[in-house]
Design a protein around this ligand. Structure first.
Ligand SMILES: [Zn+2]
Length: 215
C-alpha cells in the first residue's frame, strides 16, 4: 500500500527513516552502490521528497503503529464505509431502489443475527454468504463480488486494536498458519492462538455493534 512521506527521523545508528502518513517508519538509506539516495543526506533533499509515495509493507501486513483502541470518530467512519460498500454491492444486484433499500436492511439484520457464528474465514466470504441470501435473486458467489466486499470487510477489520487487527490480517489475508503467526510475532504458539481468537471475538462484536448502529 502506498503511503506519503510526511517527515524524516534518524534511528539510533543515525540512518535516515521516512515517517509515512500511516505512522510507520521506513529506512531510506544512502548506501552506495546498492542503494543510491544522496538526497536523504541533505535537509534540502529530504524536503523535496516530502509528499512522495513509498510502498509500505508494514501496512500490507497490518503491522500496528500503536495498540491503542480505535477512537469513536474512527469507528464511526469505519461503520459508514462498511454501510456504503454494502449499499453499493446490493444496489448493483437489486432490480430497483426500493428492493435495494429493503435488501440492505435485511442484510444488516442477517449479519447481526449471525455475527456469533463468524470464525476463521476471510470476512468478505462470510459476508457474501449472509448478504446474497437476502437478495431478491440470490447471485452465484463470484470473485468480483468478493473483491467488492473486501472493502467492507476491511472497514470492520480496521475497527480492531492494532495487535488484533494484525493477527487477523496475517492469518486470513496473508495466509499464515497459527504456527507461522507465532513465529512471525515471536510469541509462544498458545499466546498467538489466544490473540487470534480474541481478535475473532472482537470482529464478531464489531459486526454486532456496526449493524446495531446502522439499523
Ligand atoms: Zn504503513
Amino acid at each position: 500500500m502506498e503511503q506519503k512521506i510526511i517527515g524524516f527521523d534518524q534511528d539510533e545508528l543515525g540512518d535516515w527513516r521516512a515517517i509515512l502518513a500511516c505512522g510507520h517508519r521506513q529506512h531510506v538509506r544512502h548506501d552506495p552502490p546498492f542503494v543510491n539516495r544522496p538526497w536523504v543526506l541533505t535537509e534540502d533533499g529530504r524536503r523535496r521528497f516530502l509528499g512522495a509515495p513509498l510502498e509500505c509493507v508494514k501496512c500490507d501486513d497490518g503491522e500496528p503503529v500503536g495498540d491503542g483502541v480505535v477512537s469513536a470518530a474512527a469507528l464511526e467512519a469505519a461503520y459508514a464505509r462498511f454501510a456504503a460498500e454494502l449499499d453499493g454491492y446490493i444496489r448493483r444486484r437489486a432490480p430497483d431502489e426500493a428492493a435495494a433499500a429493503n435488501a440492505l436492511r435485511r442484510a444488516l439484520v442477517a449479519i447481526d443475527a449471525a455475527a456469533d457464528t463468524y470464525e476463521s474465514a476471510r470476512l468478505e466470504e462470510w459476508l457474501a454468504t449472509r448478504i446474497d441470501a437476502t437478495l431478491p435473486e440470490s447471485p452465484a458467489q463470484s470473485a468480483d463480488g468478493l473483491t467488492e466486499l473486501a472493502a467492507a470487510a476491511r472497514a470492520l477489520v480496521d475497527c480492531l486494536p492494532g495487535l488484533h487487527r494484525q493477527a487477523i490480517i496475517l492469518t486470513d489475508y496473508r495466509g499464515l498458519s497459527e504456527r507461522e503467526l507465532a513465529a512471525r510475532l515471536d510469541l509462544p504458539l498458545d499466546a498467538a492462538a489466544a490473540r487470534l481468537s480474541a481478535a475473532r471475538r472482537m470482529l464478531a462484536e464489531a459486526l454486532h455493534d456496526c449493524c446495531d448502529t446502522l439499523l
